[in-house]
Design a protein around this ligand. Structure first.
Ligand SMILES: [Zn+2]
Length: 193
């Protein structure tokens, strides 16, 4: 059976987020029978590229259980090679049709990248900052949260541009990439940024 189309997948995320905002999580699909159901296969309906920040937990944010979301977490939610390969796997082998790039308020990785612009960072941090720097330039603002949004949008573009598998799927209208922004206090996700 075909996986959910991106419109329906997005609708589910929006509904789940409303539960989260209102402190009305279902807590569904997290028990032993669900685990048993998933032993032989998974059919997540959305890919979430999120920051590793402990305050941003996509499974809670969208009120989801086991086997619903294919989550990739990396500081600054950047689209490096490992990120792209993970997304490609979910698109090509699990037939997932929605990719959500989730930036968040007061992102520490973005803040660190901003503060390190004029100095030499350690090798691994430098790798991360390289992906964030274009968003800092694009934002033309010192406001971290404007840069966060610019980074989510730019990452969404890079996911498209730097993967032939994803580009083809998007061009054929099978897959949609949506940049989004998470508010720390309310738990609300803006799906149009
Ligand atoms: Zn972050």
């Amino acid at each position: 059976m075909d996986n959910l189309n991106w419109e329906k997948a997005l609708e589910r995320l929006k509904n789940g987020n409303l539960h989260f905002i209102e402190d009305k999580l279902d807590g569904k699909l997290q028990n032993s029978s669900r685990r048993e159901e998933l032993v032989s296969e998974q059919k997540p309906y959305a890919i979430i590229l999120s920051c590793a920040d402990s305050r941003v937990v996509p499974e809670f944010t969208f009120d989801t259980g086991l086997g619903e979301l294919f989550v990739i977490r990396v500081a600054g939610n950047v689209a490096n090679t490992s990120t792209l390969a993970s997304i490609e796997f979910a698109v090509a082998h699990l037939d997932v049709k929605l990719i959500l790039v989730l930036g968040h308020e007061n992102c520490g990785a973005i803040t660190a990248a901003v503060q390190n612009q004029n100095s030499t960072a350690d090798k691994n941090f430098a790798h991360l900052f390289r992906y964030i720097t274009p968003a800092i330039r694009l934002a033309k603002s010192d406001d971290i949260n404007i840069i966060v949004k610019s980074n989510a949008k730019l990452t969404a573009e890079n996911v498209y541009k730097n993967s032939s598998i994803i580009k083809k799927a998007v061009d054929e209208a099978r897959v949609k990439i949506v940049p989004a922004y998470y508010h720390l206090e309310s738990g609300k996700v803006d799906f149009e940024i």
